[in-house]
Design a protein around this ligand. Structure first.
Ligand code: MRU
Length: 346
């Protein structure tokens, strides 16, 4: 697969995620406005990819306005707020602005570095998450459930939550993946299923509202997801529907594991209560494939994300740390304590 997002020193190229699974096509973005538009309509999406987009967008702006640092900062500010929930986007913009203080070339060099580090870092992260999952579940063939898309399409390569499932599949311990559809934009149905099919990992598409039921019926050994923002105490913002899955996993006493890079951590927020939650347009809910499914002016509740408290989560595995929450029992006794055993590998 091509990188989900790329920079050749002049333009940004993305895989247009609105076209999948029907068409795998690239889009070239020449301006920060075009990048913001692509982010807002989810042509490029997923927290790690948004972090990279933040860096690449500032590199693009610095190239477009070589003698106008104020113009670069103004574009950077608009880019950082294009979507509010994923911590990675504003992190990426700020990281690039810090380098821009040195020179425009320094930002372009940073963009290349961020792109080339993505796969290595994510693979390492996912191998560690896979170890945690096996430690918590045992290495029997596992039935994993996930929501949204946290695979290669949500990063540059490889991914996070789905990347951990991929690492488990490489070890031969995945029996099946249930991918929740992820209404209303169907990232699970369109993107995760597409990635799983490309990788040859056995899977079934799961009706969103059936995810908790699948867990309660004993059809799932572990829930594995990505994250958009992780607060200082380990609370997690992720795709709407994640919280219900975490409640069901807690009730069923199965592991619920979150996998994300360190850039998703927002140390300025003590807990999840103040994470900004993006509200998406009503049109996304009122119709499917252009066909109205309700009355045309029906008021709509369409938050893109929800908050899952650390108390419902078994482990939040990031590049540099592990937040631990709810312990699970296996064969009648608590599983091995997660402590911070993996920190040394960071
Ligand atoms: O609205 P999206 O598609 O950007 O939402 C993405 C998610 O919720 C992902 O689970 C999250 O960003 C983690 S991706 C590795």
């Amino acid at each position: 697969m091509r990188p989900t997002i790329d920079w050749d020193g002049e333009v940004i190229t993305i895989i247009d995620q609105t076209a999948l699974p029907g068409e795998y096509r690239a889009l070239t973005l020449h301006t920060v406005d075009a990048l913001i538009e692509a982010i807002q309509r989810l042509a490029v999406r997923g927290a790690p990819a948004l972090g990279v987009a933040g860096v690449l967008g500032v590199a693009l702006s610095a190239r477009a306005h070589p003698n106008d640092p104020d113009a670069v900062r103004a574009e950077a500010e608009r880019l950082a707020t294009a979507r509010p929930t994923a911590a990675n986007l504003s992190w990426g913009v700020q990281h690039a602005l810090d380098h821009f203080a040195d020179s425009a070339d320094a930002v372009s060099t940073l963009a290349h570095q961020v792109l080339s580090a993505d796969e290595r870092n994510n693979r390492l992260l996912c191998e560690r998450a896979a170890e945690v999952i096996i430690e918590q579940c045992g290495s029997r063939p596992l039935r994993a459930l996930t929501i949204c898309n946290s695979g290669a399409l949500a990063a540059v390569h490889w991914g996070t939550g789905l990347g951990a499932i991929r690492a488990l599949a490489e070890q031969g311990v995945i029996e099946e993946v249930l991918s929740c559809e992820t209404r209303p934009l169907l990232q699970g149905a369109r993107l995760t299923v597409w990635e799983l099919a490309q990788l040859g990992i056995p899977h079934r598409l799961c009706v969103d509202s059936a995810g908790p039921a699948a867990i309660s019926r004993g059809l799932v050994d572990c829930v594995v997801v990505g994250a958009d923002r992780i607060t200082a105490n380990g609370d997690v913002a992720n795709k709407i529907g994640t919280y219900a899955l975490a409640c069901a996993a807690a009730q069923a006493d199965i592991p619920f594991v979150v996998v994300a890079p360190d850039e998703t951590i927002d140390p300025t927020l003590p807990d999840g209560t103040r994470i900004p939650i993006e509200d998406r347009p009503a049109e996304e809910v009122r119709s499917v494939g252009g066909l109205l499914t309700t009355l045309p002016k029906t008021p709509v509740f369409n938050p893109a994300f929800d908050i899952t408290p650390i108390s419902l989560i078994t482990a939040v595995v990031t590049t540099g740390t592990i937040f631990t929450g709810r312990a699970v029992t296996r064969d009648g006794s608590p599983t091995k304590s997660l402590a911070t055993a993996h920190l040394d590998n960071a």
